[in-house]
Ligand binder design. Structure first.
Ligand code: FCB
Length: 469
C-alpha cells in the first residue's frame, strides 16, 4: 500500500566516527579502545581496522554532497572522543574540534540538521587503561568531555545524543568481549551499565546548560523479545532478558530508578554497591526525543541446562555471554529471511517496539536513529548495485514505522543505517550496510538502487511498494 508521512517528518542517514572517518593517527587524534581491539590479532574478521575506513575525514565535503543530493533533512554522525580530547581528560585537541566545527557548518549551509552522538563506542584508550566503563571516574570524564565539545559546538548542533547503544558498550564490551575492549567480566558489565547511565545523566545536564536551544537525546538498541511458547517459564525468560536488554537503561534514564527484578536477578553477579545515593535520579534527565535502533527480533526460552543450547542471540559468538546472570535462558534461531549478519527480518518488531514505548512512556517523542541491512552486494556489469533486498527491507520497515504512527506512536523521524558502507566492528569491511557503496581500493562512492529509492521517498514523503515487493 501507499502511505504518506506527515510534513516535517525528518528523513536522515547515519554513520559513526570510527566506522567511517579513518585518519586514525592524524591531526593529534589519540588511540581509542577500537584501535587497540581491531589491531589485536584474531579480534576482527580478516584483521580489519578502522585506520582508513571510508576516509570520511578527508572526503567529508563530498559526503555532504551526497546527503544534499539525497535531499535529507538530517545527518546523524558521532564525535570521536579521542580526536577531540585525545587522552580522555584534560586539554582538547584544536584540530579535532575544528574538524567537527567545519562539518557542522557544512551541514547547516546545506540546510541539513546536525544530529551528533557524543559516544559511539570509541573510548580513549587511556581511560580504558584506568579501568574503563566499570570505573565511576569514566562517567565523570565523559561529563567533562561533553561539556567541552558542547561548549565548542553549542546549539549549532540541532540534537545532542549522549550515547549510541550503551547496551553494546557494557554487555558486548565487558561481558561477552566481542566488542572493544574485549573484557569478559560479568560484574564489570553491570558496573559499566551503571556508569553509562550516570554519564548519560551528567552529560545530559551539561547539554541543557550549555546548549539550551539544542534537543537532547539518547539512542538505545531496544530488544523485541518473544517467548518460544506460552509457558510461564518462557514468559519469565522474556522478563529477565527484557530487564537486562531494555529496562537496565530505560529504568534509570526515563524513570530515575533500576527495576527491582534486574537487581534481584543479578545478585549473584554483583551487589550493585557501585550505585551511590542519588545516582539513579542523576541518570534521569528529560529527553526531547528517544532514539531507537531496530534491526531484528529476539526469541528466548527457559533453559534447564540439560538440552543442547542454541545461544543464537545475534550478538556474535563467544564462550562468554553478554546476558550476565541469565544462564537459565536460551536464545533460539528464528525463522528467516535473514540479512548477511544472520539477523532475521521481521518488520512487525519495529511496530511492536514503537507501540510498547508509546504505551510505557506516554508523551515521549521517538525517533528511529538506525535501521538498515547488510547484504552481499554485487556490482553489476552496468556499474550499478541492484540491491533489491535492501530496498525491500527499508520499504517494509518504513512501512512498519508508519503503521505504528497510525496506531498513535509519536515518531518524529527515520535515519537509514548507513549512508556509506563502513567498518562494521568485529565484522570489518565484510558486511556492507550502506545505501552508498564504497570501493575500499579507490574510495569511490556509488549510489546503490536503495539510495535512489530513498531519495524518491524523501522527496515526496510518500511510501510506495517497490517493484517486486
Ligand atoms: C548498530 C550500531 C551501528 C552499526 C549497526 C549495524 O548496533 O550502532 O554502529 O554497526 O548496528
Amino acid at each position: 500500500m501507499t502511505r504518506s508521512f506527515p510534513e516535517g517528518f525528518l528523513w536522515g542517514a547515519a554513520t559513526a566516527a570510527y566506522q567511517v572517518e579513518g585518519a586514525a593517527t592524524e591531526d593529534g587524534r589519540g588511540p581509542s579502545i577500537w584501535d587497540t581491539y581491531s589491531h589485536t590479532p584474531g579480534r576482527t574478521l580478516n584483521g580489519d581496522t578502522g585506520d582508513v575506513a571510508a576516509d570520511h575525514y578527508h572526503r567529508w565535503v563530498d559526503d555532504l554532497g551526497h546527503l544534499s543530493e539525497l535531499g535529507l533533512g538530517a545527518y546523524r554522525f558521532s564525535i570521536s572522543w579521542p580526536r577531540v580530547q585525545p587522552g580522555g581528560s584534560g586539554a582538547f585537541n584544536r584540530a579535532g574540534v575544528d574538524f567537527y566545527s567545519r562539518l557542522v557548518d557544512g551541514l547547516l549551509e546545506r540546510g541539513i540538521r546536525p544530529v551528533a552522538t557524543l559516544y559511539h563506542w570509541d573510548l580513549p584508550q587511556e581511560l580504558e587503561d584506568a579501568g574503563g566503563w566499570p570505573e565511576r571516574d569514566t562517567a565523570l570524564r565523559f561529563r567533562d568531555y561533553a561539556a567541552g565539545i558542547v561548549g565548542a559546538l553549542g546549539d549549532r548542533v540541532h540534537t545532542w545524543t549522549t550515547f549510541n547503544e550503551p547496551w553494546c558498550s557494557a554487555y558486548l564490551g565487558y561481558g561477552s568481549g566481542v566488542h572493544a575492549p574485549g573484557r569478559t567480566e560479568p560484574a564489570g558489565a553491570l558496573a559499566a551499565v551503571h556508569h553509562l547511565n550516570l554519564a548519560h545523566g551528567l552529560a545530559g545536564r551539561a547539554v541543557r546548560e550549555l546548549a539550551p536551544a539544542a534537543e537532547l537525546s539518547v539512542t538505545l538498541n531496544l530488544h523485541v523479545i518473544r517467548p518460544a511458547s506460552d509457558s510461564a517459564a518462557d514468559a519469565d525468560a522474556v522478563r529477565r532478558i527484557d530487564a537486562l536488554a531494555n529496562r537496565s537503561f530505560l529504568g534509570p534514564m526515563l524513570g530515575g530508578a533500576y527495576p527491582a527484578d534486574l537487581i534481584a536477578d543479578t545478585v549473584k553477579v554483583t551487589d550493585w554497591s557501585f550505585v551511590r545515593d542519588g545516582d539513579e535520579r542523576a541518570a534521569g534527565v528529560p529527553l526531547d526525543v528517544l532514539g531507537v535502533n531496530y534491526y531484528s527480533t529476539t526469541l528466548v526460552r527457559a533453559w534447564d541446562g540439560t538440552s543442547a543450547r542454541s545461544a543464537a542471540d545475534g550478538h556474535g559468538s563467544s564462550a562468554h555471554t553478554p546476558w550476565v546472570g541469565a544462564a537459565n535462558v536460551d536464545f533460539l534461531p528464528q525463522p528467516g529471511p535473514y540479512t548477511a549478519m544472520g539477523w532475521n527480518i521481521d518488520p512487525s518488531g519495529m511496530t511492536e517496539l514503537l507501540l510498547r514505548l508509546s504505551r510505557e512512556h506516554p508523551g515521549q517523542p521517538l525517533m528511529i536513529t538506525e535501521n538498515g541491512a547488510a547484504f552481499d552486494d554485487v556490482v553489476s556489469p552496468d556499474g550499478r548495485v541492484h540491491d533489491d533486498r535492501r530496498v525491500d527491507y527499508l520499504y517494509r520497515h518504513v512501512d512498519a514505522v508508519g503503521a505504528a504512527m497510525d496506531a498513535g506512536a509519536d515518531v518524529r523521524g527515520y535515519f537509514a543505517w548507513s549512508l556509506l558502507d563502513n567498518f562494521e566492528w568485529s565484522y570489518g569491511y565484510d558486511r556492507r550496510f550502506g545505501i552508498i557503496r564504497v570501493d575500499y581500493d579507490t574510495q569511490a562512492r556509488t549510489w546503490k538502487d536503495s539510495a535512489h529509492w530513498y531519495r524518491g521517498l524523501v522527496a515526496t514523503g510518500r511510501l510506495e511498494p517497490p517493484a517486486g515487493s
